[in-house]
Design a protein around this ligand. Structure first.
Ligand code: ZN
Length: 74
């Protein structure tokens, strides 16, 4: 059961994912988000519109999650 308590803690750490890390070598797209689920949403959207991936199966999701890293401070 979902508890609707406030979860607006500020986390300065960002997470990032590069499409090329998942095997699309020539794709320069990358996602930046505050957590892995935010990244996954962007990846699904990108995968569908840019690579025609409509079947986001467990293997693919796991592959993406393996390549989500902490964003390095510049
Ligand atoms: Zn891509």
């Amino acid at each position: 059961m979902a508890d609707n308590s406030k979860t607006n803690a500020i986390n300065p750490q960002q997470r990032t994912f590069r499409c090329s890390d998942a095997g699309f070598k020539e794709c320069k797209w990358q996602a930046v988000g505050h957590d892995d689920n935010e990244i996954m949403d962007q990846v699904r959207e990108h995968g569908r519109s840019a690579h025609g991936i409509t079947n986001f199966d467990d293997n693919l999701q796991r592959k993406v999650r393996e390549h989500i890293y902490d964003r390095q401070a510049a």
